[in-house]
Design a protein around this ligand. Sequence first.
Ligand SMILES: Cc1cc2nc3c(=O)[nH]c(=O)nc-3n(C[C@H](O)[C@H](O)[C@H](O)COP(=O)(O)O)c2cc1C
Length: 185
Amino acid sequence: MNIEWGSEGARKFATNVGLTTSNGPHGHNIMATEWTHQLSYEPGLIAVCLRPEHATTANIRKTKVFGANICADNQNVVSSVSGNNSGKEVDKIKMLEGLGVQFYKGKKIDVLMVKDTAANFECKVVKEIELGDHIMFVGEVVHISVTDKEPIVLSQGKYWKLTDSIPKQKDVLEKIEKLVEKHRK
Ligand SMILES: Cc1cc2nc3c(=O)[nH]c(=O)nc-3n(C[C@H](O)[C@H](O)[C@H](O)COP(=O)(O)O)c2cc1C
């Protein structure tokens, strides 16, 4: 069966807010990508899942590189702008520069990276997999840049800041320890 876009079930996921930057037939471009996932530590692998019709998809298919920029908690507007306009019709880089957003040239790839995000990963595509209505591009990380900014989360159709972490409950931890011992195989 399908998971309808915007349905109650779909809204229960809490996802990253990735800003995928690319270069290619549509020029330098940026799109919001909630399906940005870390897949492996050694080597560092990151996947972005994109609809086939996006300008970003055509760009990545051509150049085999992309930037995975992890949106910081004061950059939700960058996500909204890049997620609601296509690089086929709008120069989103120029548009965002007009809003004061800064970009820099990738250190290892010919793609613009977003300044002042939580973290930036420059990636070279090692696999392209068709999965349902999306294409998964798996990229090997070739450069990492991290700031002290916090990432934001997308859930229930809204952007969320990470504020309160859930405190550990000592009594529950003790109980878990005892139960692990009791049920050890
Ligand atoms: C917060 C947010 C998250 C999004 N996540 C994804 C995603 O993970 N995959 C996808 O294919 N589209 C996603 N989109 C939609 C694309 O960002 C949007 O269609 C964009 O205009 C594509 O740009 P492009 O044609 O310039 O590549 C998202 C949009 C928003 C606002």
